[in-house]
Design a protein. Sequence first.
Lengths: 291, 610
Amino acid sequence: MQQLLNGIFIGSIYALFAIGFTLVFGILDRLNLAHPAVFAASAFVGIELVERGGLSLWAALPLVFVVGAVLGLLIERLAFRPLKGRADAHFAGLISSIALAGMLIALLQWRYGPDTRRFPPGSFPDTRFEVFGAQVTLVQVVILAVSLALMVALTYMVTRTRLGRGMRAVAENPTAARVLGVNVDRVTAVTFAISSSLGAVAGVLFAINVNTAQLGMGAAIELKGLAVIIVGGMGSLPGALIGGLLLGLAEVFAVQYIGSSWIDVIAFGLLFVILLLRPQGLLGARKVREV
Amino acid sequence: MLGQYATTLTFIALGAIFAYSFYAVLIAGQLSLGQAGFASLAAFSGAYLAPSGADVGDVPALLIAVAIGMSVGALAAVVLGLPTMHLRGVFLAIATLGFAEAVRVVLLNQEWTGGAQGLGVPRVLTVGMAWLALGLVAYWFWRMGRSRYGRALEAIREDELAARAMGIDVGRHRLAAFVTAGAVAGLYGVLYAYYVRLIAPDDFDFTAAVEGLVTAVVGGSTMFLGPVLGSGFLTAVPEIQRAVGVEAGWIRPFLAGLLLLVVILFLPGGLASLIRRRTRMPADAAAEAAGERAGRSHPPAGDTVVALAGLGKEYGGVHAVRGVDLEIRAGEVVGLIGPNGAGKTTLVNMISGLVPPSSGSATVLGAEIGRTPVHRIAAAGVSRTFQHSKLFNRLSALENVLVGAHLVSRPTFLRRLLWLPSARRDESAALRQAARCLERVGLAELAASRAEALSYGDQRRLEIARALASDPSLLILDEPAAGMNHVEARRLSELITSLAQDGLTILFIEHNVGMVLRTCTRVVVLNFGEVIASGAPAEIASDPAVVEAYLGSADEDPAGGSIAEGTLDDPTSAERADATPDAPPDPVVDVRPGAAGDLAPPDSTPRDAT
């Protein structure tokens, strides 16, 4: 039971991270490899806000969300918008976002140094609950609640609001969307902002969960995020949620029963099987192309 | 002097070799990140299995290790490639990345690899050997560039579907590119192992794969020198920074990222795009033209070329084509007309093998439709153009046509590696053939222009030249005159007539009814997926069913135009608006060719994802 809950907590962070990833891919057909750098950056920013700003953990979260959004706008403006209309925009977008990620990590190194950082002692409330005989901390509950709330809000926004309609129109056909009066550039920028702010919150939640932030934490979760969005279905938001939870659970149980050194084989074995049997992922729709 | 830079130079060579393993697949439009896994497998098995330098000498030991490593890399690529070659873009990248990660974790947990401690390997590689190996790899890709095989890979990168229609076996070519990547990655892995003295599975992780990809892309993935330039650039940047005294730990990666961003944003083709790509034209295309036509025997006039029996295609309950029986005989020029949405394009897509029929049967030049892959149907002698131009955009006009000649030219890559004169002869024969086709459509002077830079009308004509290059028995043209003015359309009509005189069978869809009636020996009219009339042009022009299909009802038509006079042509038919074909309230408006959107036939392949 304890393992099950731990799996769900870590899985919800994976899901939140992956949803940001898959949002950009699903709507804009671009893979933003600077996403993991935002994840890492926000963890450091979160720690700084608590440490120097003297904010409580909960007050820092919305601020990190905003920081993530700003980073998302920057990424879109610097790494993706200049590539618009280029035949190799897919490759080039991968590379330019990798370049930007490298710069971002370098800036983090400048500001915070290469060492692992932690939240100041006493940042976490000590409240604990007992659920079905398992120990759960208030922090873990908040992680789960924040992740779920953001995912619900995102789903509502995409399916019910005017902006979400614009996003779906752009996903379907950017040219037609433009003709019909959707401001494609704005929708694109907003999509990046939302995606990055989700990644940022995931980063700070991850840092809270394990109480560390490292420069390499983005690279570590990047592969997992890619696995999650493939398993769930590229561009599918509920797919990313399910994929994230699955991965969290699989990892926790793998550590317990097989040994920690084999975790990644499980994740990628799962990924591989899915790609071979159901390339569109668990919940992805098979898109067709025209002759 | 050299000694001071030996390490840097060796790493430039190693980085470039690794980048070539990415170049090998990027040139075919595949994004793979599995090369780190191939290199890792090769490095460990090579270093572990090769005899020790004490027994056979250092250099022979290295050579044996290289042979083992390259075989292991290539074999791993086959094993990984067979199940994943149907994946595209990001999906392929992530699947191969998953493979590389799995390899890493498995090797970490093996005893013989030394796990995380790593495996000690003697340092044998010198800077000279590294550059020799790089030279050989670069030579391979240089000679590949202008071979038939190299062009086929580029065609696949630019437009996979069109490449198929030109008779290129896409699956086999993609796998071949992938295996090449595996072998080159294996070479890198072994050389790396014999240079750094200690290898660990973590040397071949995701970061390493990304570095290789970045090197290849920065250098340029469309020109064989790209990987060398990329590696030189990326290895030199930190060295230069050190030389000018930039020491702070964060500045170096920051500047490296910034430079990378600048290169990718402002040099779309990578560093190699600074080198101009030449297009060679055969010096005297016309002079040697006589007597060397690429040999393909066409069916004699009157033989059945296409036989359709009850052919139908259904998309989720919508019958795009229903029960079409049609026979086309050699030497005929058949015009296929009908309102938009009548199913014309679907019909020719089925005939050319792009879309499998849902009912009925069809034989085209002896190939059975539905079970035969597109490239086999092309090999049987079917060549086509597309309604929306599907050219190989970043290739020159001449190269486009050369790809079209894929089926009638001979493979030249291996002979080019050895500089055999017969390869040169075959290449120049193909060049002349291509130049002739360009000349025939009147594009000879634009041979060196990139296809995407041509005007719309020229693109249509280039497509025809490309289709002609394979010396087809059956030529299918899908709206060839769209976007052409009257003069151009008339010239096209003359071209079609002269092709028919050469013995080609031609099937073409066209909205310019006047042109169809002028050019064809027979006209087939399709409406709502069914053949409503078929016969000589004169009969068709006066057929009441046809007039009704086009005008709604003949009685209500006061406009006085007649399709026989061609007065209903609309030269602006390239511009389409959407309308439903089954609601024609205004006959004059509805007459516009292209009034309704065409029923674009979806196929079941997953979308290109990156």
